[in-house]
Design a protein around this ligand. Sequence first.
Ligand SMILES: C[S@@+](CC[C@H](N)C(=O)[O-])C[C@H]1O[C@@H](n2cnc3c(N)ncnc32)[C@H](O)[C@@H]1O
Length: 257
Amino acid sequence: MDFGVTEQDGESIIFSSLYKKYWEIGFYTRLYDGLSPEAYIESLQRVADLIKLNEGEWVLDVGCGSGLLLPVLADRLTQGERYLGMDILPTGLASLGPRANRLNLNGSVSGVQADLSRSLPLADASVSCVAAHFSVYTLPEEKDRRRAYQELFRIVKPGGVLVTANPTHFYNAKQIIRASLESLKNQERPWIVKKYGLYPLTLYLGLKYIEKQLKSGRWHGYRPEELRDEIAQAGFAIEHSERVYGGSGFLVVGKKT
Ligand SMILES: C[S@@+](CC[C@H](N)C(=O)[O-])C[C@H]1O[C@@H](n2cnc3c(N)ncnc32)[C@H](O)[C@@H]1O
């Protein structure tokens, strides 16, 4: 499959080996998938809902991790549409193939290893839509985040959209768990297993760790308007914004007019 992928150039920022291990262990053991709370899956669902994809078009998932967006996007990839996952870690990308198999999406899914803090190895106007779900916030410097969104603007076709979500500066791990349990109750699933079995692990192995990184500024929690501003400054016209992830995430849709 040809997405016009080239070699990456430009300077790389340091991707801390500690964070690398954190994601790698999560993806390799599949703990990342298993422990993702309901509110996170709902946020991915919102991204999928807002992606505009016509027959045969391509979507790029930036910082795709293990490809959790794929299951919620699968029913939109049946008319020759294609998904390209991009991540700095091969461990996450390795999950894309098996996931595509399980979803009967063979031939529609590819992965590319690339660093979001550098020039992206894709041609100008090469994809119709970009999803960036909880990935850009891992760049602590504002100039790197702005550059990343400018790169995404460059590679989206005119008329295409960016759907991005990132944590807020008031990210609250316990509130995310409360919101997830509330959703599970509404859906009448066996939420007790999650409440007493999985979610304590989600809280202490995952969400509390992220909360700590956000508080320390090693990862970035967005203030209201800040995410909209980064996206607008990159050239996108803001089409929509909303709170997601139990109130701990901002989602913004920008269009390249
Ligand atoms: C919280 S995970 C989100 C994964 C996926 N988007 C999801 O919603 O499940 C953050 C992802 O960003 C990736 N990431 C972090 N820094 C990156 C960089 N500089 N370039 C590309 N990917 C990066 C990590 O490897 C990880 O897969």
